[in-house]
Ligand binder design. Structure first.
Ligand SMILES: [Zn+2]
Length: 125
């Protein structure tokens, strides 16, 4: 579920929690918080960023996949790996993550630590 950041509309009136920014986990379908759960002071959503996976259009996904394939064809393994890695983080695509690791290996990187990272995170998909 996505994590949202909130801050008090008027930080001077807020409590310890909402005077600074605080995070709360909400379903996408939930209405945004209007008040601090601790003190009831008005809060607003901070929309600078969101940790949820970015949902991409199939076209965008295809475009990235094609770009990765092109890097691989030209033997630009580190480029391919980086792009696949970044994209797999965004889309939570495990297959793409493994492909990134493979490309990292071909580029000559030590991927042992990365592999343990992937296997320890296999409950995310
Ligand atoms: Zn508060």
């Amino acid at each position: 579920m996505p994590i949202y950041e909130y801050e008090a509309v008027d930080p001077k009136k807020g409590c310890k929690r909402c005077r600074k920014r605080f995070e709360t986990i909400q379903a996408i379908s939930d209405p945004p918080l209007a008040a601090c759960p601790s003190c009831g002071q008005k809060v607003r959503k901070v929309i600078s960023w969101c940790r949820a996976a970015v949902v991409e259009t199939p076209e965008e996904h295809l475009r990235v996949e094609r770009q990765i394939a092109e890097y691989e064809r030209e033997g630009m393994w580190s480029h391919a790996a980086e792009l696949a890695d970044k994209h797999s983080e965004k889309t939570k695509d495990r297959e793409l993550k493994m492909r990134a690791l493979d490309d990292y290996k071909k580029a000559g990187y030590d991927t042992d630590s990365m592999e343990s990272y992937v296997s320890s995170n296999n409950d995310t998909g």
